[in-house]
Ligand binder design. Structure first.
Ligand code: SF4
Length: 344
């Protein structure tokens, strides 16, 4: 007869490293901002890319199994659940290497896939998972969940001896062909779990204090390297930044419409000015003149050079430093001198 599990606070491995205030507010079902459409699209694209990375891996190793297998890590009075990206089975016939050129030895590895932009890949290269505390807690939670699996949970539990370590496979967001594999040994992963367990226990205790107390407390705010900008709880934490929703029918909508029209006129005028300048330039080049007089107004052509960096006001030593990055390009300026002071 299975033992009855004592009800504990449950967190997702992919979320557990987030700001404790956010975790508490989520548990309280606080009013949150919806995930922006662009972030939703990125997430959808990320899961499609995961399939591509698995397909790539399967051209190099025997197979990827146990995709989305559930994990469960009972951590003190908390439970951390998750779904792993898979288990990578490497055989002695396979020739997969990690990003350092070291071979991946045969065995079944916990597999974690990430699709990261260049900036994040750079952080990963320089600092490893220490640069991404949230990812580190996620991976440690999967590892602990797979290895310690709760016999009463009914989840399939992999034999610890079967896992020589974890593979962290990173695909570059803007260049899907660029995929690098990092391997973490069993010893490294066990040590990671040991360190993360303490860290998580104190973070989750903070969440628990907030849930038991009067609500969230700003002293537990820990936005992490990504800051609060996209956090769904940003207006809970910073109500002064919450935008005021203007009701439909308000006069401000008329002002907005006027602005929209002015903007359209401005765009059309700019495009019209460019067309006139181009015509003046063509005619003047055909006639071989650099200046036209039209009554007391004039049009002139002059050769100009522009640089991609405006560095004229920099101190001399800084100018020398940026000089290699400055490029120059030539262009012809068409100057129309209008009578009432309008120069363009
Ligand atoms: S807005 Fe910032 S401080 Fe508040 S919950 Fe989100 S990440 Fe934490």
């Amino acid at each position: 007869m299975p033992k009855k599990r004592q009800k504990s606070l449950e967190f997702r491995a992919s979320q557990v490293g987030k700001c404790p205030v956010l975790l508490a507010l989520e548990k309280m079902n606080a009013d949150m901002e919806p995930v922006p459409l662009i972030v939703q699209r990125i997430m959808e694209e990320g899961s499609k890319r995961e399939d591509d990375v698995v397909a790539w891996l399967e051209t190099k190793i025997d197979s990827v199994d146990s995709r989305q297998q559930e994990t469960l890590w009972p951590l003190g009075s908390y439970t951390i659940t998750g779904h792993i990206d898979g288990v990578a089975l490497v055989t002695s016939d396979d020739q997969l290497e990690d990003s350092e050129g070291e071979p991946i030895l045969p065995g079944s590895y916990l597999l974690e896939i990430k699709v990261l932009g260049e900036q994040r890949r750079q952080i990963l290269r320089e600092k490893g998972l220490a640069g991404f505390p949230q990812y580190r807690m996620q991976l440690a939670s999967y590892w602990a969940g797979l290895n310690q699996g709760d016999p009463d949970s009914g989840l399939e539990c992999l034999e610890p001896g079967l896992l020589p370590g974890a593979l962290y496979v990173v695909q570059e967001w803007s260049n899907p062909d660029r995929i690098e594999v990092r391997q973490f040994s069993r010893e490294y992963m066990d040590k990671m779990v040991f360190c993360v367990a303490d860290e998580l226990m104190s973070r989750l205790a903070e969440v628990e204090y907030m849930l038991r107390g009067d609500g969230w407390d700003e002293k537990y705010q820990d936005p992490g390297p990504l800051g609060c900008g996209d956090c769904p709880a940003r207006y809970q934490c910073f109500p002064e930044l919450r935008p005021e929703k203007v009701p439909s029918g308000d006069n401000l909508f008329n002002t907005l419409e006027e602005y929209r029209q002015a903007h359209a006129v401005e765009k059309a005028a700019a495009s019209q000015k460019k067309a006139c300048q181009a015509l003046f330039q063509t005619v003047m080049e055909e006639r071989g003149t650099a200046k036209l007089l039209l009554a007391d107004e004039s049009v002139s052509l002059s050769e100009q050079t522009r640089t991609n960096l405006s560095y004229a006001k920099l101190p001399a030593d800084l100018q020398r430093m940026v000089t290699p990055y400055v490029t120059e390009s030539n262009f012809t300026q068409v100057r129309v001198n209008l009578r009432k002071g309008g120069l363009s």
